[in-house]
Design a protein around this ligand. Structure first.
Ligand SMILES: [Fe+2]
Ligand SMILES: [Fe+2]
Length: 614
């Protein structure tokens, strides 16, 4: 028949271990959590062996042993103490004096333990009933019992105190970490009421700890926001898994708002049932604001880019378009920016009508780094031609990114065409006026055109601006328009003129000015006409102006007029020839004529092979 063992121990781990050892040896095992329960069980089923711990609640091992030994029916059951707690030699003596058979110190090797117990059972069978020791005096038992238990409890108290102190130190340490963190730590119950939090949360929200304790998260979030957070709590509850990094906004006590980034996890009780949530929240307001500003700026620039009436693009240094806006696609006749990029980048459609324009643009980029107001003819998608004005500059790109260009393109086809029409109309008008003068004075025929040509060449040689050159050429063509008010007989007179007649001719400068002064030219045409007979020493007419008081353009016109007049045939004399003409301006260089204009004129005729055209 199987032996039955009763084990009394308040530590469930110890109980389990002992039970396993004994069951593996083939014994039946009964367990009890304390002496009192064990005593009742022993009385009910009388085990073959009792193994007991000493320190147990309700009834300790010594009392249990004494009760067994006092009980006629239990007295002869072998009683073994198996203990480790605060053991001293006198503990064993007391145990044996109480009638215990063995006093074994934990932990013992299972085989050794079993052997001791088996030997004990055999020995008990041999010596049978008579072995039980007499019980001592009642008073004596209590005295020794109290003394031993008291000392054991004292030690246990000291141990607990030490353990408590250790726990307190740890608790302080963790509290210190928690309270000094910048991040907020929070715990809420399943309803979302705050049950625990650190100072960072209070400081951030502006509430006192007292106000915050028990507050529900819905109270410091907008409706939209708490619904999102509620969903996250629900997800964590359902899956049991933490959710890392979700964003939300909290309302502060003072009415402000701050952005938080948090993780959240479940809090479980000891039976592994969820009882709340814990998490940490980092303040990411500054980052959010920066992100928002960046987003808005990006949106603004995108809106400008997309809604601009001016074509905008970014292209790499291999002339491939990276992005273009809608206006750019529209200007070039494409349906969309995407189509533009695809068709143009593939080389299916050239953009510039002239290779020369393309070459110049890249030359400018290389030499100056930018292209400004460059006007070029371009092909639309359908092959028609228009005009664009192009500005290109290097794009500001992030470090390490390939260099590229930003381009701004304006469709100037209409302007170009209307300017062209205006120019033609203007040229026609000028031609008509010229014809009027020339009809009256056939000898002036060609004079004005040739003066214009020489003056333009001098101006170009002097490096004047395009604007100025154009103005000088224009003034040259009509500079003698005032002669229209001089009688034809005088103009065409083959004889030498009287002083009076000559004075009459001299009025042509002022007359020309009067005719032209109210016309809004882009250039000072009327003044040039007025001043083309002024001389820098003040000897000219009509006003006897000197030096810089005469327009530079007028001074150039004066040189061209004299050279042409002397070099070609006049009604009252044959041509004097080019050489005397050049000699005349050379001799009067810096006296009657502008020195620089004379030098430029001489260079043209003497070095650059300029000739007066018929
Ligand atoms: Fe003149
Ligand atoms: Fe003239």
């Amino acid at each position: 028949m199987k032996k039955t063992v009763l084990i009394a121990d308040d530590n469930s781990a110890n109980l389990y271990l002992l039970k396993s050892i004994m069951e593996s040896h083939g014994w039946l095992v009964r367990e009890a959590e304390n002496g009192k329960a064990a005593l009742e069980m022993a009385r009910t089923f009388r085990p073959d062996l009792i193994v007991s711990d000493i320190l147990m609640p309700v009834m300790d091992g010594y009392s249990f042993c004494r009760e067994c030994k006092k009980d006629e029916t239990l007295r002869n059951i072998p009683f073994v103490f198996y203990t480790a707690t605060y053991t001293e030699p006198k503990d064993e003596t007391f145990a044996l004096d109480l009638g215990a058979d063995r006093f074994i110190l934990k932990p013992e090797e299972p085989e050794v333990l079993i052997k001791i117990l088996v030997d004990l059972l055999e020995e008990k069978e041999r010596v049978s009933l008579a072995s039980s020791k007499p019980l001592g005096e009642e008073m004596e038992f209590f005295r020794r019992h109290n003394e031993i238990l008291f000392s054991k409890l004292e030690k246990k108290m000291a141990d607990l105190e030490a353990a408590n102190a250790e726990l307190r130190k740890l608790e302080e340490k963790y509290r210190g970490i928690l309270e000094n963190m910048d991040d907020a730590y929070y715990e809420v119950n399943l309803k979302g009421d705050l049950t625990f939090f650190n100072q960072a949360l209070a400081a951030r929200t502006g509430y006192t700890r007292e106000e915050l304790m028990g507050m529900n998260y819905r109270q410091y979030m907008s409706r939209n926001c708490w619904r999102q957070v509620q969903d996250i709590f629900a997800k964590v509850y359902q899956t049991g898994r933490a959710v890392a990094l979700f964003d939300y906004e909290i309302n502060l006590k003072d009415g402000g708002k701050r952005f938080q980034e948090s993780w959240v996890n479940l809090i479980m009780d000891k039976d592994n049932r969820p009882i709340g949530f814990r998490g940490m929240a980092r303040d990411v307001t500054d980052r959010k604001i920066a992100e928002e500003e960046l987003r808005q700026a990006e949106e603004r620039y995108r809106s400008i880019f997309e809604n601009s009436q001016e074509g905008m693009y970014r292209a790499n240094t291999d002339e491939k378009f990276i992005m273009v806006n809608s206006a750019m696609a529209r200007i070039f006749g494409y349906d969309s920016p995407a189509e533009f990029v695809e068709q143009v980048n593939s080389g299916a459609h050239p953009l510039y009508q002239s290779r020369e324009d393309r070459r110049k643009i890249f030359q400018l980029l290389e030499s100056r780094g930018v292209v400004q107001d460059f006007e070029a003819r371009f092909f639309r998608k359908d092959g028609s031609v228009g005009w664009v004005s192009v500005n290109i500059q290097p794009a500001r790109v992030a470090q390490g990114q390939a260099p590229c260009y930003d381009g701004f393109v304006r469709d100037v086809t209409d302007r170009k065409e209307s300017v062209e029409r205006l120019r033609e109309a203007f040229a026609g008008t000028i031609q008509a006026i010229t014809s009027l003068v020339e009809a009256k004075d056939p000898y002036t025929a060609g004079h004005q055109r040739r003066v214009a040509d020489i003056a333009e060449a001098i101006a170009r040689e002097m490096g004047l601006s395009r604007e100025q050159i154009e103005g000088i050429a224009m003034a040259g063509i009509i500079h003698d328009i005032g002669k229209i008010s001089v009688p034809a007989e005088i103009l065409c007179s083959p004889r030498r003129l009287t002083k009076l007649e000559f004075n009459l001719i001299k009025t042509h400068a002022q007359s020309g000015y009067e005719i032209l002064k109210d016309i809004k030219f882009s250039w000072p045409i009327a003044r040039m006409v007025l001043e083309h007979h002024e001389r820098i020493d003040g000897s000219g007419y009509p006003h006897g102006l000197t030096g810089n008081n005469i327009l530079p353009e007028s001074r150039i016109l004066a040189v061209a007029d004299v050279v042409e007049a002397m070099a070609t045939h006049r009604p009252y004399r044959p041509a004097l020839g080019l050489e005397p003409a050049l000699q005349e301006i050379t001799e009067n260089r810096g006296v009657l004529f502008d020195e620089e204009a004379v030098n430029a004129c001489l260079r043209l005729f003497r070095e650059k092979g300029y000739t007066i055209k018929d």
